[in-house]
Design a protein around this ligand. Sequence first.
Ligand SMILES: NC(=O)C1=CN([C@@H]2O[C@H](COP(=O)(O)OP(=O)(O)OC[C@H]3O[C@@H](n4cnc5c(N)ncnc54)[C@H](OP(=O)(O)O)[C@@H]3O)[C@@H](O)[C@H]2O)C=CC1
Ligand SMILES: O=C(O)[C@H](O)COP(=O)(O)O
Length: 496
Amino acid sequence: MAGSGVFAEIIDGDVFKYYADGEWKKSSSAKSVAIVNPSTRNTQYKVQACTQEEVNKAMEAAKAAQKWWARTPLWKRAELLHKAGAILKEHRAPIAEALIKEIAKPAKDAISEVVRSGDLISYCAEEGVRILGEGTFLVSDSFPGNERNKYCLVSKIPLGVVLAIPPFNYPVNLAVSKIAPALIAGNSLVLKPPTQGAVACLHMVHCFHLAGFPKGLISCITGKGSEIGDFLTMHPGVNCISFTGGDTGIAISKKAGMIPLQMELGGKDACIVLEDADLDLVAANIVKGGFSYSGQRCTAVKVVLVMESVADALVEKVKSKMTKLTVGSPEDDSDITAVVSESSANFIEGLVLDARQKGATFCQEYRREGNLIWPLLLDNVRPDMRIAWEEPFGPVLPIIRIGSVEEGIHHCNASNFGLQGCVFTKDINKAMLISDAMETGTVQINAAPARGPDHFPFQGIKDSGIGSQGITNSINMMTKVKSTVINLPTPSYTMG
Ligand SMILES: NC(=O)C1=CN([C@@H]2O[C@H](COP(=O)(O)OP(=O)(O)OC[C@H]3O[C@@H](n4cnc5c(N)ncnc54)[C@H](OP(=O)(O)O)[C@@H]3O)[C@@H](O)[C@H]2O)C=CC1
Ligand SMILES: O=C(O)[C@H](O)COP(=O)(O)O
């Protein structure tokens, strides 16, 4: 049960506390933020609306704790991370329950998100010891005109205080994908969880608390992003921001100071289907890729670009598979559950009505009950329809019929997004050429887009992001280079 057992200390009455300086606290604002259950549309939980003064205190504590943490041996940092990962997996049930209630994540997916997160933390601990345990040694005479009288020792050192801001759809996994790299690299961490997903995040933070991390090293500031977000992202105490979400990230990138930014934003992942593709494989991947977690994944298949000659056959296969999708409550492990909010459902509906008005073919009747939208395939979508370009973040998938591969690549590259894409063909040479031509961070060949497994590099270009995630790249991004040059009185080749 969320907020009970070992988690009893993180709640006060019906309001979850925030975490700072090694303690669970009530905000002096005496205000709380309601978390509405997407399925019932009733208030499920409440979290503290933290004040700017509480942010300042968390930043001060983070700065002080980081100085000591940077002097903590790598093996000790890794040991604590392994403990946190194990505790997280041990308490997967109450954390998954919070995911079910606050973001309507199907029960099975909720459990797997928590387990995946525990595994990410441990993998990160091991990877951090490996890559941070070595540096570079350069000699001066490798550059013309120099003798070997300078030795250069190059190492990776922490940035300082990392601000982590994850989105609602993977509030635990996309939080630890920032927290673990930050900590193993010797940084401290301030977390601003999504409102929808905040309680799952608070439970996850408690697992780090139980593991025994130093006071002040980790804090979790709750409150609406629209109210406390700018104060956090423009705070002078922040040395790096790692953000995942929508175009909010673009706004943040314009406000943040001279600090490293890691941004994983929206996507319009295109699925290009060639005439020789295995259509059963394609249909299976389109349904899984397009409708898992009700399409609320940045890596969801968001537009299908299929050669006209095989389009009818593909559409029939997809429609047939869609009839097997269950629609209902996350507690029952339904495939399709309520989207995260009424505003999200309204946005999705707007795209559907626009497509209807402009003549798209509806493969199913459009059906909505509250935030629950039944899976919908739109055929014969044209570029003048909003759904051809915008990201519904919901269970609605457009099909665009193309006359050539070039037409498909053109549509993919004309998008403002550039996260992932996929191509289905039996001709690997053609697949490689298409992958090279697609302007996206990743191209999947003969499978739907996916961020996982979490050690793979994951990046978006254009409006889909800045920098590269994935455990190794995240660790490196949360460090900076330090050179120490030893100047010898006379050249020495004894090490040559
Ligand atoms: N690339 C990806 O992985 C994802 C992309 N998205 C995209 O984002 C859209 C909306 O999803 P959502 O999660 O609400 O994304 P948002 O960009 O609205 O929110 C992401 C995170 O940013 C916080 N935030 C909001 N405003 C600010 C601000 N001014 N300063 C700092 N932080 C802020 C949010 O907090 P709060 O919740 O309190 O507002 C949340 O923690 C989706 O429709 C989709 O397009 C969403 C999820 C994942
Ligand atoms: O933000 C998202 O939607 C996730 O990065 C998607 O992760 P997945 O592809 O592993 O589901």
